[in-house]
Design a protein around this ligand. Sequence first.
Ligand code: ATP
Ligand code: MG
Length: 562
Amino acid sequence: MENTKKTEANFIHNFIDEDIAEGRYADRPVCTRFPPEPNGYLHIGHAKSICLNFTTAEKYGGTCNLRFDDTNPVKEETEYVDSIKEDVEWLGFSWDGLFFASDYFEEMYACAIRLIEKDKAFVDDLSADEIRDMRGALTEPGRESPYRNRSAEENRKLFEEMRAGKYADGEKVLRAKIDMASPNINMRDPVIYRISRNKHHNTGDLWCVYPMYDFAHPLEDAIEGVTHSLCTLEFEDHRPLYDWVLETLEWPRPPRQIEFARLNLTNTVMSKRYLKELVDSGLTEGWDDPRMPTVAGLRRRGFTPAAIRDFCEQIGISKSNSTVDIEFLDHCVRNDLKSKTEMRNVVFDPIKAIIVNYPEEEREQVKMENNREAPDLGERTVPFGRELYIDGADFEETPPPKYFRLFPGNEVRLKGAYCITCEEVAKNEDGSVKALLCSYDPDTKSGSGFEGRKVKGTIHWVEASSAVPIIVREYERLMIADESGTETFNPDSVRERLCFAEPSVANAAPGERFQFFRHGYYVVDTEQTTDALAENGDAPREKTVFNRIVGLKSSWKKGSSA
Ligand code: ATP
Ligand code: MG
């Protein structure tokens, strides 16, 4: 597991410094790009790449483009294009150019023709299977296609016919003519154009030949004047081909590809294919399900752009793959929210507590600070009365050792109010707790300077008649390890609970975040703000839904508590 440390300068910036010193791109400012394929929603791994590309451009006073790498007509959709733009903006970045690789199809085609004319590309009639069988292996050279020595004229004619739709999908391909004996398999006459009759989200039926990634990507970068093309490590072996394409086309001052390690996180998945499966199979509610590692999911879960950017910065950029503990992501959001969110009292698994010696009709307004660490967040008043709800976890009929909360005969402090003692437990017919009959000491009011008996426990509470029922959704990890250590979908990853909140949360707006005292950080769900879970057999009422962003306790760093 990766140790997380702040890396301000990274090896990529060192390369860029070198290039600047050598005047390699004296003709233009540093230009980076974030090049997603619009075949799914962005995830936290993409956020790492977004942060790297945009902050690098910013550091060098350069530019960063958002470019849709939409050269594969099969999987790409406009819905994804829109979501990607929304996510990049939400993270707080603004692109300089907004481009679609498909806008360069004509220019890419012209480049392919130029390769043909230089005798550096040929049309092959072999099938995909035959090409694979002849590619050789790591230790064994490949074999040349019998069509490799067609003349430039013939290749040009055939390629033009491919474009014109004369051949069926898969009948012919265009291959770069490089070296079938190269130790790098990517250089063994790679396919650079294929025939495909799928409708393209942008160009419709205009094209039936499409460039392959390894040919298209260097051209996309070069056309835009990108100086540094930052990509993930699995493309390291493709770099010679990236360079070959631009060198063979004699592109002046071609961009430089630099690879970095992709982000892996425990207890989740980062492959768009698998995430799409989760969505399509209905295992999650959609791409923005709050359990998903997508930017949309994290947003709905209540994560802030600042927390995600901080996370990306802290994990740093490295040259070797590793897996980051997902607890660290939680740590970053907790860290961001702790001084920004207002505190609210919310009671989970409510138990009624009746203060028998408190006047029945009396109500007091109790002052409470909104955030102890951030006094500028001010205070609010909370009603107090004879009947309260307390947390189920704050009462034990038979307390275990060292239990300082409420149990028969014990006294606790009610936060911001009085000390109460549990005198008696009223039971339902089935033996369950109906209410705690308590007494209070009027001299113990908080802030009154009371210095009497030592009271070890302080618990929170909500006045019963003004309590607002809310739905709280608690999320567990999306993926958990089975006996063999393989992570699989966690079927118990969401739990819905009915809770009681103090009245000030009644009008909370979607997206609003709070700290629920002693419980964690919560956000009002943006999709589903009402729910009709019946309370104790009463008629269902509309209720606000809160998502748990993260609990209070950090298990990421030993010895730290939130
Ligand atoms: P996936 O495997 O999830 O489909 P991808 O690499 O195919 O991801 P793209 O849309 O091609 O997704 O990615 C756009 C950019 O984001 C690329 O430059 C890619 O390298 C980068 N990227 C994708 N996943 C990660 C990750 N886990 N960590 C860092 N960068 C990533
Ligand atoms: Mg990709």
